[in-house]
Design a protein around this ligand. Structure first.
Ligand code: PMP
Length: 297
C-alpha cells in the first residue's frame, strides 16, 4: 500500500495529507507524460539511523531531468533533502522508497510553462524484485530513441515503454524484460541497468542509449574500490547468452539482483561463486553504511 489516511507528503513547500492533496486535471503532465521524477531509497543503517542513499546525486539528477525538458526548476536541493527527511520522520519510515515528482501546471498547449510543481511521496519498501534470481526475457520493445527523447532524463512519459516491456515479459511467464536500444544492442531493463560477468570481469552497456543509473555508477565505484575489472561497451543479447557466467540488474529500487537465465538460456556459474555476488554484498554494505571487505578467493 502506498498511502493511507494518515500519510503525509511534501507538496510545494507544505506538508499535507496524501488523501487531501490536489493536482490539476488539465496539466501537460497527466495528458502528455510531461513530468520528471526520481526514485530514491532510505535505509535503516547499521547504527540505527535513517539515511537516504546518495540523496544529493538524486536531487541533482531531478534538476537535470527538469531542465532537459525545459521545465522551470525553482527548487533547492538542500531544502528538498531536508523536506524528504521530514516526510520520512512524519510517516515513521526508515527502509523506504522516496518518489519526488516535478509536474506541470494547467496547460494543454505544447508551450513552455512558467512554473513547476513538486511533490515528495514515500512508502515502506523492502526487496523490490524479490531475492530469487530472475528469469529475464529479451523484449520485443526497444528503448526510446535518443534522437526522439532526452533519454538521460527521468521523464514520466518514457515509462510507457517500461510498462509495455514489463507487462509483455510477465505475460510470457518471465520475471522481467531486457530491452535493446534502437540499434539492437542490449540496453537496460524497464527500471534498471544491467551488467554481465565473464571470467570475473564485468561488462555493462556504454552510456548514450540508456538512463545513466546512479546504482550503475555505484557498481563502477565498487569495482574500482575492489579491483574488479569492468568494461563499458555495446554488446548484443546473443553475446550475453553465449558468454556470460552470470548477469544482474541494478537500480535504486531493484538494488542488485542476479539473473537465472536470459530467454531460458541458463547462466553457467552459481550466483554465490560469482564476482557479481561480491558486488551485491558490497552494495548492501554501502547503503547500510557498514564496512565490507571483498574477500576474493
Ligand atoms: N534504467 C531505467 C530505465 C530506470 O528507470 C532506472 C531506475 N531509475 C534505472 C535504469 C536505474 O537507475 P538508478 O540506479 O539511478 O535507480
Amino acid at each position: 500500500m502506498y498511502y493511507n489516511e494518515n500519510t503525509i507528503i511534501y507538496q510545494n513547500g507544505q506538508f499535507v495529507k496524501a488523501s487531501e492533496a490536489k493536482t490539476d486535471l488539465y496539466s501537460q503532465s497527466l495528458h502528455y507524460g510531461y513530468a520528471v521524477f526520481e526514485g530514491i531509497r532510505s535505509y535503516k543503517t547499521a547504527s540505527g539511523e535513517t539515511k537516504i542513499f546518495k540523496e544529493v546525486v538524486h536531487y541533482e539528477r531531478l534538476k537535470k531531468s527538469a531542465l532537459a525538458l525545459n521545465m522551470p526548476y525553482p527548487f533547492d536541493t538542500g531544502e528538498l533533502v531536508a523536506a524528504t527527511y521530514k516526510v520520512l520522520e512524519q510517516n515513521n519510515l526508515q527502509d523506504a522508497y522516496i518518489r519526488p515528482l516535478v509536474y506541470a501546471p494547467a496547460n494543454m498547449s505544447f508551450n513552455k510553462n512558467t512554473e513547476s510543481f513538486i511533490v515528495i511521496e514515500a512508502w515502506e519498501m523492502g526487496l523490490f524484485l524479490g531475492d530469487k534470481l530472475l528469469r529475464v526475457m529479451t523484449s520485443s520493445f526497444q528503448r526510446p530513441n535518443p534522437k526522439g527523447f532526452k533519454i538521460e532524463a527521468k521523464a514520466t512519459g518514457h515509462y510507457v515503454n517500461s510498462i509495455l516491456a514489463s507487462q509483455e515479459a510477465k505475460a510470457n511467464g518471465f520475471d522481467e524484460a531486457l530491452l535493446t536500444d534502437m540499434n539492437g544492442f542490449a540496453a537496460e531493463g524497464p527500471g534498471a541497468n544491467m551488467f554481465y560477468e565473464k571470467d570475473s570481469k564485468l561488462f555493462t552497456p556504454s552510456l548514450g542509449n540508456i538512463l545513466p543509473g546512479i546504482t550503475r555508477a555505484t557498481v563502477l565505484e565498487i569495482c574500482a574500490e575492489h579491483q574488479i575489472e569492468v568494461e563499458e561497451k555495446l554488446f548484443t543479447t546473443d553475446e550475453i547468452k553465449q558468454q556470460a557466467d552470470t548477469a544482474f540488474y541494478c537500480g535504486t529500487a531493484a538494488e542488485i539482483v542476479g539473473w537465472q537465465s536470459l530467454d531460458d538460456v541458463e547462466f553457467k556459474k552459481p550466483w554465490n561463486e560469482t564476482v557479481s555476488a561480491l558486488v551485491q554484498k558490497a552494495y548492501k554494505a554501502k547503503v547500510l553504511d557498514t564496512a565490507y571487505i571483498v574477500n576474493r578467493r
